[in-house]
Design a protein around this ligand. Structure first.
Ligand SMILES: [Zn+2]
Length: 296
């Protein structure tokens, strides 16, 4: 499943082709993905200008010049690629390879931009992705967005904020960090990485990171820094792979993120001097990878 850094990398990869372009035609090759497309979707957006491409949690937001926003979610297996002239790009970088099989090309954005015509193609073999259209002014109160916590990328996510959310909670730290009401868009991989980096066990109770006075402990302050760092590092890695890719032959070599602890069961822990071994346990149906020797 694409995580936030991958969606952000997709956004950065698509922006040069989409921002400022006119959406001449939205070609829908089926009636639905995970959900049916909104009524008259293609007719509503035809001929609109694209103002900007942004992101909230794992949603891509395509702002149109009539105050409406196309909301796109990649689900489990969705990807976009750009075809302009002879060059074809798959925007973004993924831990698992993306499909380029044309039978899974479900939505095509036909664009006219300053650099000429382009096609942005949405491919999704498993069809867990979806698209909708939402008036920009209703965005904050929309069911997709209204319960989302702050982004894990910026100053909005602070230790004081998390202390308020975690105070008195017996909930496991792993689950508390995956709760989208606490932090938006943080997924399993980056929770594992942030916990490893801050030497905290996924089995710890969230409330143990808050003092009796309701303040964040030093450990919680370290965790917030670790969350921001793992996300920023992954976005930077995705960005550099995009650049390498554009400088190369135009066809994306699928980039493999290198993780410190995720998907490394039974391998030596890479914390300097630790000597422990990475374990995998299952919590709420999701794998947690951690080192019992240096995470407590
Ligand atoms: Zn360790």
């Amino acid at each position: 499943m694409p995580e936030l850094p991958e969606v952000e990398t997709v956004r950065r990869g698509l922006a040069p082709s989409m921002e400022g372009a006119v959406l001449k035609e939205l070609e829908l090759r089926r009636n639905d993905l995970r959900f049916p497309f909104p009524a008259d979707f293609a007719r509503h957006v035809a001929g609109r200008g694209i103002r900007s491409l942004s992101r909230r949690a794992k949603y891509l937001l395509i702002d149109l010049d009539d105050g409406k926003t196309i909301v796109a979610h990649l689900g489990m297996s969705g990807s976009f690629r750009v075809e302009a002239g002879a060059v074809a790009d798959t925007a973004g970088t993924f831990h698992h390879p993306r499909s380029k099989d044309e039978k899974h090309d479900h939505v095509i954005f036909h664009l006219a931009g300053a650099g000429g015509d382009a096609r942005v193609i949405y491919n999704d073999p498993r069809r867990f992705g979806f698209m909708d259209i939402v008036p920009r002014v209703d965005m904050a109160s929309h069911p997709f967005f209204r319960d989302l916590g702050p982004e894990p990328t910026g100053n909005e996510l602070g230790a004081d904020y998390l202390a308020k959310r975690f105070a008195g909670k017996a909930q496991l730290l792993k689950s508390a960090l995956l709760d989208q009401k606490n932090i938006a868009g943080l997924g399993n991989i980056y929770v594992c990485e942030a916990l490893w980096r801050s030497h905290l066990s996924p089995l710890r109770a969230a409330g143990t990171l808050v003092t009796d006075a309701g303040k964040p402990t030093e450990a919680l302050q370290g965790l917030v820094v670790a969350i921001r760092e793992v996300i920023a590092d992954a976005i930077a890695a995705g960005g550099s792979s995009l650049r390498d890719h554009i400088q190369a032959d135009g066809s994306l070599g699928y980039f493999q993120h290198s993780f410190s602890v995720y998907d490394r069961e039974a391998q030596p822990c890479s914390t300097p001097g630790c000597g422990g071994t990475v374990s995998r346990i299952v919590q709420a149906g999701r794998s947690s990878f951690y080192c019992a020797a240096c995470q407590s």
